[in-house]
Design a protein around this ligand. Structure first.
Ligand code: ADP
Ligand code: MG
Length: 334
């Protein structure tokens, strides 16, 4: 068994909202994921709005705590890590968010943002070393120092800003970057250049990505593995191309159908018309969460949540009783 960079075991996050009735929202339920150390890979987490993607990112980044389960990075459970291990973890796992520069003061120039990082992670030597590190990091994402370092965020395009955020993350020399909807605010024509930066950081620098998106077409362009979430649970997972080319879960079939058909003359702009998501979620819920919207639903779907069933012979799996029979078949024939 190859060594794991990130392992998430039975991760569950329940938000308790205050007020009358004290409602509980299960944002993530019994979620499992593993990313091997080698080779570096891009793992996509896809799903419509509210499916739990950002919750997963926030849990991994330590911004919020698990209700139950474990997150293990490089063999260390992050909930029991000591201060030195946490410090190291904060370097190894970097984040890129939807809104580039959203966390920075708009009056900071790009070089100041980089200075903050260099000071925080004690990266620089003298001024020339620092400048060299900034230049090299910008070159990795296809930018030139003299073009951007003295600029303010509003003087740059969304695509440039997001590439600067990738350069900032790269500068820290992480093993993994958690990218939560990094291209959804970027002009469609510039998205490919950012996806390309991610592929290059993976292939040339050995950085793995957790790529979070509501958009299957960008996942298709970059992803190695994909996990498709529906209301906080995995509907389907596996090799990205296989899952999108041959979706098995009725929900994922709907999602894929709603992606425009690839036509060489029409550029995918990546926007999907998702089916409406109205059902309220609560922690008291048995059976498949997709039941009310599923055209194949059966009585047993109400009894308990379907486990992930293997499709074919590889790691393609779907959480749907339609595939339970396939597994039973060989035994029945014997
Ligand atoms: P996504 O990123 O896929 O849109 P989120 O992880 O943001 O999904 O949200 C998952 C679910 O958890 C949603 O139903 C959302 O309303 C709920 N949720 C997210 N954050 C909080 C919070 N801080 N308090 C209460 N509920 C939350
Ligand atoms: Mg989100």
């Amino acid at each position: 068994m190859s060594e794991m960079l990130l392992e998430i075991r039975n991760a569950t996050k329940v938000y308790k909202t205050r007020g009358k009735g004290k409602q509980e929202v299960v944002a993530l339920q019994d979620f499992n994921l593993s990313i091997p150390k080698n080779p570096a890979s891009i793992v996509t987490i896809a799903g419509e709005s509210g499916s739990g993607k950002t919750t997963l990112a926030q849990l991994i980044l330590g911004f919020t705590r698990l209700s139950s389960g474990q997150i293990i990075f490089d063999g260390q459970d992050i909930s029991t890590a000591d201060a030195a291990q946490i410090k190291d973890y904060r370097r190894q796992v970097q984040a890129v968010f939807q809104d580039p520069f959203g966390v920075y003061n708009p009056f900071y120039r790009v070089d100041h943002v980089f200075d903050l990082v260099i000071n925080n992670f004690k990266l620089g030597g003298n001024a020339a070393d620092r400048r060299d590190l900034m230049e090299r990091s910008l070159n990795v994402v296809g930018l030139r120092g003299e073009d951007v370092l003295r600029k303010y965020p509003h003087q740059l395009s969304g695509g440039q800003r997001q590439r600067i955020m990738m350069a900032r993350a790269y500068m820290i020399n992480p093993k993994m970057i958690v990218a939560d909807e990094p291209v959804s605010m970027v002009d469609a024509s510039l998205r490919a250049s950012i996806l390309d930066v991610m592929i290059r950081l993976k292939e040339e620098r050995g950085i793995s990505f957790l790529y979070i998106t509501h958009d299957l077409s960008t996942a298709y362009q970059i992803g190695d593995q994909i996990y498709i979430l529906y209301q906080g649970t995995i509907a389907e997972k596996g090799n990205t191309i296989k899952v999108i080319d041959k979706p098995c879960h009725p929900y994922v079939q709907l999602l894929v159908e709603s992606v425009p058909v690839p036509d060489p003359d029409v550029k995918w702009d990546g926007e999907i018309n998702l089916p409406p998501e109205e059902e309220m979620r609560s922690s008291v819920h048995s059976g498949c969460r997709f039941y009310p919207r599923c055209k194949f639903h059966m009585d047993r779907c109400l009894q308990s949540q379907p486990p992930l069933y293997q499709i074919g012979t590889d790691d393609h799996e779907a959480s749907c009783y339609l595939y339970a029979e396939e597994q039973m078949a060989p035994a029945n024939q014997a």
